[in-house]
Write a protein of this length. Structure first.
Lengths: 409, 254
């Protein structure tokens, strides 16, 4: 009897000893679980060209386990495998522009479908999706079908912080414009380069030589070109008053037309419409280095007394400004092109750096609209400084609130 | 002989020597079969001539530079017209709209909304005739207004928010000062001082003046780095040109 019990005990022990490593092994690699909560929906905040598929991350997700996405244009098929997603990749947290910054996003898989069989998704009929999970030997399908249709969105909610900033800045600018309309004596600090403009025009008049004015290489939609044409208006008015001459070789035909209008207007305001010569504002070419070569030619042949380079420039900046420096002309540059600023600083007598270009126009004209804009921008900068200081302190303490507030996608 | 006339004579002699040198070298290159008399060979000779003509500006303004300059501007302009047709007018206006009006059997439906930008484009030409030139202002208003409208959110996004995000980093992690802390502090001080330099509503005197001076230092250091970096880029351009002259044209370097 005792012997029988001893034998049974030994067998049980052997079974337990054998079963234990197997159980541990099974715990390391949990058996394949079916996909859960598979949903298809129109991708939010997009232009209506994709469908988002999401499903819950599973405990059986690991290297070697893949999710297979099938698609069809009808609920009855035919179904065709479209994508194979490694189960340790593709989470909702990878697309904060669609799903925000919630911690819960790490628990959901996400796949953005943009085409079926290399054809764009239909926007009139739904596309059907099936999901399965496989580890190479077993395959388990989600027991259902998900369907959706892409739709363009009017609002991109991931850019709400941009909208808030636009509203805050616009409010500041509008408030200060109304303030400037009541009081034109708003203070603007001295900008040395601008005081020199008057001097250059006087010098050109005395020497009987023209003034060369360049608008940079960008088109009329660029802020630096808009600022440049605005400064051109003030310069042209002074030129008309002094009865001097201004030459404006242009890189862009539309900028040329705007410049012609602006200069013509300035001559009218100065009471000298007869002195305006449309041919002095001319188009050269919209090839960068051909333009530079032509401007160099103008500088050495016409020998302008002063060169004004206002706007955005690229690699041609040094070619032009160096030729101007060698010709002995007085040079004033103004650009928001960070990479070209060093070249203007080394070759020009005065350089308006970055925002000084935008400020220049307001400084010269003292118009309420421009004065108010400048003041509004200043307070915007004050707001940014405050955000930087407070935000850094708050994030050092351990709260990423401000970082999330300014995060863009 | 006046100094001006003397200079002109020297220039003429130099020009003749240069042209003779070019002719001699090219005759040698073609006769020695270093260059083949085909489109590629002639192209290399033209490119070499234009390169040297452009560099002749380093001596002074001269007829060779003028020839190269005018060729350059003319080709640039011509290429601009062709590219405007191929990349703008043809795919954006002719194919989706105008082609349907000309040919009956064009597949697809015409995109009628394109009539609006087409009319705005035609208004630009109204400038050529005095009485209708005011029409072009509509187009300009659209371009300037649209440009500013599209540009402002982009600038707020890329130049303010995208710059703010990496600046708002914790200075210390677990209250331990590391090199990263010093780096973050430097960036913070640099950003704030430069922003104060660009503050136009306060005079640069006293504390503000001092902070903006620090801002200028930061700006100049960054400009110095940019200057050096760009000069290195330009060096590679001149090396490319010299390589072309010595390898493709003169065959001195194999």
């Amino acid at each position: 009897m005792n012997c029988h019990y001893a034998r049974s005990g030994l067998i049980t022990l052997i079974i337990v000893l054998l079963a234990f490593p197997l159980a541990v092994l099974a715990q390391d690699k949990p058996s394949l679980m079916p996909p859960q909560d598979f949903i298809a929906f129109d991708t939010p905040n997009d232009d209506g060209k994709s469908i988002s598929l999401i499903w819950k991350a599973s405990e059986s997700d690991r290297e070697g386990v893949y999710y297979i996405i099938y698609a069809a244009t009808s609920s009855k098929g035919p179904w065709k495998e479209q994508y194979r997603v490694l189960s340790t990749t593709r989470f909702k947290s990878d697309a904060p522009q669609y799903f925000g910054l919630s911690k819960d996003n790490e628990k959901w898989h996400f796949y953005e479908v943009t085409d079926i069989n290399e054809n764009p998704l239909s926007i009139t009929t739904p596309t059907y999706f099936k999901l399965a999970v496989t580890d190479g030997t077993n395959t388990i399908a989600f027991p259902g079908i998900a369907l959706s249709m892409p739709q363009g969105n009017w609002f991109d909610t991931s850019k709400i912080n941009v909208l808030v900033f636009v509203i805050v800045f616009s409010f500041l600018v509008m408030y200060f414009i109304s303030l400037a309309r009541k009081n034109l004596n708003l203070f603007i600090r001295h900008i040395p380069g601008l005081d020199a403009i008057e001097e250059t025009i006087g010098r050109a008049t005395e020497m009987g030589r023209p003034i060369l004015y360049l608008n940079g290489l960008l088109d009329m939609s660029s802020l630096s070109t808009i600022a440049s044409t605005s400064i051109l208006g003030k310069v042209a008015r002074k030129v008309a008053n002094y009865d001097s001459q201004i030459k404006v070789p242009c890189y862009d035909p539309i900028v040329m037309s705007v410049c012609q209008e602006v200069v013509k207007e300035s001559y009218l305001e100065a009471g000298r419409p007869d002195a305006f010569k449309e041919d002095n504002i001319f188009f050269i070419t919209n090839d960068q280095f051909a333009y530079a070569a032509a401007v160099d030619g103008i500088i050495v042949r016409h020998k302008p007394a002063a060169n004004l380079y206002m706007g955005y420039y690229y690699a041609e900046s040094l070619l032009i400004a160096e030729t101007g420096a060698v010709s002995g002309a007085m040079q004033i540059a103004g650009t928001d092109s960070i990479t070209q600023l060093p070249f203007f600083i080394t070759t020009c007598d005065y350089t308006l750096m970055g925002e000084e270009l935008y400020a220049a126009s307001a400084y010269l004209s003292r118009e309420p609209l421009q004065l108010g804009s400048l003041k509004g921008q200043d307070f915007g900068k004050g707001f940014i400084i405050l955000m930087l200081v407070v935000g850094t302190i708050v994030s050092t303490i351990g709260y990423p609130f401000f970082v999330n507030l300014v995060r863009t996608f | 002989m006046t100094p001006e006339k003397n200079n002109k004579t020297i220039d003429t002699i130099l020009l003749i020597i240069f042209v003779a040198f070019l002719l001699g070298i090219n005759i040698f290159l073609f006769s020695g079969k270093y260059l083949h008399f085909d489109t590629q060979g002639v192209g290399i000779v033209v490119a070499a001539f234009l390169t040297l003509a452009m560099y002749s500006f380093l001596y002074k303004d001269n007829p060779l530079f003028k020839i190269a300059e005018h060729i350059f501007v003319g080709i640039g302009m011509g290429m601009g017209v062709v590219l405007t047709w191929l990349q703008v007018i043809k795919p954006l206006l002719y194919k989706p709209l105008i082609r349907h009006a000309i040919f009956d059997n064009t597949p697809g439906t015409p995109d009628y909304i394109l009539i609006v930008p087409m009319i705005l484009g035609i208004f630009m030409f109204a400038r050529l005739y005095g009485k209708t030139s005011w029409l072009s202002r509509w187009s300009f208003a659209f371009i300037v207004g649209g440009g500013a409208g599209i540009g402002i959110p982009v600038i707020i996004n890329s130049l303010i928010l995208k710059q703010l995000e990496p600046s708002l980093q914790p200075i210390f992690v677990d209250w331990v000062v590391t090199w990263q802390s010093i780096n973050i502090l430097l960036i913070l001080v640099g950003t704030i001082s430069v922003l104060i330099y660009f503050f136009f509503s306060l005079p640069h005197k006293g504390t503000i003046g001092g902070i903006s001076r620090i801002g200028i230092w930061f700006l100049m250091i960054s400009f110095g780095a940019t200057f050096g970096y760009t000069v290195m880029g330009r060096m590679s351009l001149i090396i490319q040109r010299i390589q072309f002259l010595l390898t493709d044209w003169l065959h001195i370097i194999k």
